[in-house]
Ligand binder design. Sequence first.
Ligand code: HEM
Ligand code: HEM
Length: 193
Amino acid sequence: MTLKNTSYQYGRIAKWMHWSTAALFLLAYCTVYFRQWFTEPNTSVNMTALHLHLSIGISLGVLVVLRVIWRIYSVSPSQEPGTRLEHLAAHLGHYALYAMMIVMPITGYLGTGLSTDFFFMFDIPRFADTELFKVVVVSWMDMSFEEFEKPIDYLHKDLLGAWIVWMLIAGHIAAALYHHFIKKDRTLQKMTR
Ligand code: HEM
Ligand code: HEM
């Protein structure tokens, strides 16, 4: 297996980034729903789960920058035979997943009410405590944090987090399984072997 992609196969770096991203998404969901469903507000386990969610989300934000750069400068493995519609759907699905990987960490960071205790090692200040917030949100947009966070929280938690993201991921996994077990082509193997 090579480090870089070839027209036949994803390379080691693309695979590593793909599966790390997938694991971080899963962990971001597990931590936030564990917090909401299984812990009492403001207990230490409740806050630990929240800080893990924030830390995982920020790590994903950093990883996706590297992933997009790598994607731009890499060749893409050629697609398995399929109709034009199938290829279009695959492309749109992948772009939509890239969009979610960018929008979720950004909306999470902009809308959070507390600074992140990054994996319990050091603090990352919340956006509302930065100079950029004062200049852009307070001075230019003339908004308080509460007014600013409302639409952003709606995007992060209600629209994308609770619905669109996991539906896209479920569709993506279903497509991978369909290729592997029904069409019996190399789509999944390009990302695993
Ligand atoms: C890809 C990364 C992320 C994903 C997939 C994600 C997903 C979610 C989901 C599904 C929820 C709960 C929605 C609900 O209430 O039903 C949530 C809540 C939240 N997220 Fe994220 N998030 C990510 C990144 C971040 C980041 C980077 C931050 C901040 C630094 C953040 C801050 C928050 C906060 C403060 C909440 C509310 C927690 C609560 O009320 O229990 N998220 N996120
Ligand atoms: C069990 C979970 C997953 C499986 C089985 C899976 C499988 C695959 C496979 C087989 C491909 C190659 C498709 C092709 O080249 O036609 C792929 C690509 C991709 N996956 Fe996943 N995936 C999973 C989770 C995720 C998650 C959670 C995300 C992001 C939220 C994601 C984002 C992507 C993206 C953006 C691509 C396109 C890569 C590129 O060509 O630039 N995947 N995935």
